[in-house]
Design a protein around this ligand. Structure first.
Ligand code: ADP
Ligand code: MG
Length: 616
């Protein structure tokens, strides 16, 4: 009975192949086994052919895959072609699960699921033994032992002479398969308000290994499993979830999951027509932080970014803006840059001190992830923030390895790693928003500010804007700051009251008045969409007036004799920075033209930054 049923399933797959995959199998047969070893099946095709079979495939993937592969071997092909070890790989299944929400009780164990995210780590590809041939040193008989995951299994006795060896593993007679382990982490755009990203490990085998590198955005289809944790010999009551990968798809470059409806679009266009759009944008950045209008405007420009240019000679000028806040402690820098997570469509917030081994850039490490022997390539913050913003606090405390890799990361927007046989180039097309303390922890007012920035000139020159923040007593400013902070804290109290004590001692009007004070002008969700919309649709170019304004400013600046050895040199990079900033300014209005006002607006910011540092 069971036999008949099995045959029926295999037959069913052969039918399916005849209807849908005749050509694909023909190609596979031609290229097997060197160039191709898998037949990829689209779930939709299978579903259209037989809904029950498609369902069964999702729910009993291991068994059904065997029939699917058996069918491939029995498929009518020219006599000399054998698809002996070809795989069938299902892709595009309609069971996408958030990495964050994978739970045992969802009953997905042993079933196919698909997850999307960014590759955080990937080991190098290594052969894994699947069947070991043990050659008896006494009689020469070969004993074959299949190897599954976990410990290496040795024979109890020789199949020939029945003695306990000794044995020698004969590699020629053993079977190996390429193996790779990767860790997929939730994409930054899925995270809201500083959640720690969750991840899942995936084992890949044979022809799906070596396809991805750290930093790639992927969708993986695979079977979910659980495995008991172990520390040394001790087994733990806690289990880990992992996946055996079936297929892996790299998401294309422009991957953007933000949906903008027609209604959103109307709202965005209305907003962009406001006279006060720039002020309103500024009022939407970290409203709890008092002042810093220029810094906030710069953060807005950074979110919109300039236009990336691809030159005819194949080179590329980045559109992304890098900026740095450097200043005395307790001046709200951390608060301000961490706010970026609320409004950036894709962002990563981290500290230069870094807790992960990859730090800010990337690293090739040998750790537990690759069983201690294999090298693992791990993506750091600047790679994870690809196509978004990396907010890095305490940038001055970054590790020496990061310092050197940072130069390439910021200008070429990639990170090259060449270590222990791993040669990889990771993309880091992100904007850096850094915060740092000066050389002695706080600014010494008797030394020039430029001299107190504790980063090397090559790195400094890569920032489009550097803001310095000094904490000098100023009765008027301090008074206003105090009012603001007291009010915001009061707002917190009001909210607490509102949520925890139904009969608030504050009136509704009081609550509204204070909440308004610290509410962003444009709601964060809408702002995120606004930014995404503008970046997708606006590619502004310079008007002659804007060009002239920037040219004049730059030439004057150079003429003032800010020399190359100055702590913050004025180089041609400043010119590119001005262009990027001006383009970003046009994008805020959803304009395709950089006007003279855009130029003037950004010249003002650049001038004031340079003045603070003591250039000009
Ligand atoms: P930094 O990173 O510059 O050392 P923080 O961001 O940690 O400073 O700020 C310290 C505290 O002071 C925070 O609670 C912050 O809210 C408050 N603070 C500092 N400056 C301001 C400001 N201008 N407006 C409102 N709060 C501020
Ligand atoms: Mg801080």
């Amino acid at each position: 009975m069971a036999q008949a049923q099995n045959q029926e399933l295999t037959e069913r797959f052969i039918q399916f192949y005849r209807n849908y995959y005749r050509d694909a199998i023909g190609q596979l047969a031609q290229k097997y086994p060197n160039e191709k070893r898998s037949l990829y099946i689209d779930y939709d095709d299978l579903y259209r052919f037989d809904t029950d079979l498609a369902d069964d495939y999702l729910n009993q993937p291991d068994q059904i895959q065997e029939y699917a592969e058996e069918a491939l071997r029995l498929y009518d092909l020219p006599a000399d072609v054998k698809l002996g070890k070809a795989h069938v790989r299902l892709r595009n299944i309609d069971r996408a699960v958030d990495i964050r929400s994978i739970r045992v009780h969802d009953d997905h164990i042993g079933k196919l699921i698909s997850v999307s995210g960014i590759v955080r780590k990937a080991t190098d590809v290594r052969p894994k033994i699947t069947e070991a041939a043990f050659e008896c040193q006494r009689c020469g008989t070969m004993t074959y032992i299949p190897q599954s995951d976990g410990n290496f299994q040795e024979p109890h006795e020789c199949q020939g002479c029945e003695r306990q060896g000794p044995f020698r593993v004969n590699f020629d007679q053993s079977e190996f398969i390429d193996a790779q382990k990767i860790r997929v982490q939730e994409s930054p755009e899925g995270l809201r308000g500083g959640e720690t990203p969750q991840s899942i490990d995936v084992n890949m085998e044979d022809d799906v290994t070596g396809k991805v590198t750290a930093g790639d955005h992927v969708t993986i289809t695979g079977v979910l499993h659980i495995e008991q944790q172990q520390s040394g010999q001790e087994k733990s009551a806690i289990f880990d979830l992992y996946m055996d990968g079936v297929s892996i798809d790299i998401e294309d470059e422009e991957f953007e999951d933000m949906e903008i409806t027609e209604e959103d679009k109307q709202q965005i266009i209305e907003l962009s027509d406001r006279e006060t759009i720039y002020e309103d944008m500024v009022a939407s950045v970290a409203p709890a932080i008092y002042g810093y209008d220029e810094e906030k405007l710069a953060m807005i420009l950074q979110l919109f970014s300039g236009v990336t240019k691809h030159l005819p000679d194949g080179s590329r000028i980045r559109g992304d803006l890098h900026m740095l806040l450097i200043g005395d402690p307790g001046t709200g820098k951390s608060q301000m840059i961490s706010y970026i997570q609320n409004i950036a469509p894709r962002s990563v917030y981290t500290s230069g001190k870094g807790s992960s081994s990859a730090g800010l850039t990337a690293a090739a490490v040998r750790d537990d992830f690759g069983d201690g022997q294999q090298w693992t390539l791990e993506a750091g913050a600047l790679v994870l923030a690809d196509k978004g913003i990396a907010a890095v606090d305490e940038l001055d405390k970054m590790r020496p390895e990061d310092r050197s890799a940072m130069h390439e990361a910021l200008e070429q927007q990639k990170i090259s790693i060449s270590k222990a046989g791993i040669n990889a180039t990771l993309k880091s097309r992100c904007s850096l928003l850094g915060a740092a303390n000066p050389k002695y922890g706080r600014f010494d007012q008797y030394e020039s500010i430029g001299e107190q920035i504790d980063l090397e000139p090559a790195l400094i020159s890569r920032f489009d804007l550097i803001f310095t923040v000094t904490d000098q007593p100023d009765p008027e400013h301090d008074g206003k700051l105090a009012d603001h902070i007291l009010k915001t804290n009061y707002a917190g109290e009001l909210n607490t009251q509102r949520t925890h004590v139904p009969t608030s001692k504050f009136t509704e009007e009081e609550v509204n008045a204070v909440t308004e004070e610290v509410a962003p002008e444009i709601d964060a969700e809408l702002l995120r969409k606004y930014i995404a919309f503008s970046k997708r649709n606006c590619f502004p170019t310079m008007t002659p007036e804007a060009k002239e304004a920037i040219r004049e400013f730059y030439v004057n600046l150079r003429a003032k004799g800010a020399d190359e050895d100055a702590p913050v040199p004025v180089t041609a990079r400043k010119l590119e920075a001005l262009v990027r900033l001006a383009e970003a300014s046009a994008r805020v209005r959803l304009s395709d033209e950089v006007s003279e006002e855009d130029a003037t607006r950004v010249i003002e910011i650049v001038r004031s930054c340079l003045q603070d540092i003591g250039v000009d």
